[in-house]
Write a protein that binds this ligand. Sequence first.
Ligand SMILES: [Zn+2]
Length: 135
Amino acid sequence: METYEEMLAKVYEKLPEKKGEGERFEMPKFRSFIEGKTTVITNFKDVVSTLRRDPQHLLKFLNRELATPAHYDGRRAILQGRFKEEQLNARLTAYVKEYVLCKECRKPDTELIVFEGVKYKRCEACGARAPVKPL
Ligand SMILES: [Zn+2]
């Protein structure tokens, strides 16, 4: 007699490996620390390169959302004020939903394009195009 677990293991072995559909997007996370009256995001460059977005675009978003000046030194982002990592990551999640993930297929393979003065998020996976909020 096979146990339920053994049966299950066999079933899984037989399932073809799904490429694409099975892939789930992993939300990047900021790593940050507070230094005096500023907050430093140490992995800002890694996050923007994972998302394939312009650092200045994400910076502008944070600047607006947190209502504080922010600048980028080529690697890290430095924000005026003290912000908790969870606070920053909540904003990052909002950014990714609005400016990165495709509304149709939920994939992150999108690019921002400007068409007749309107900014769109265009999906390279399914071709969907949706306007995004101006920053
Ligand atoms: Zn799509």
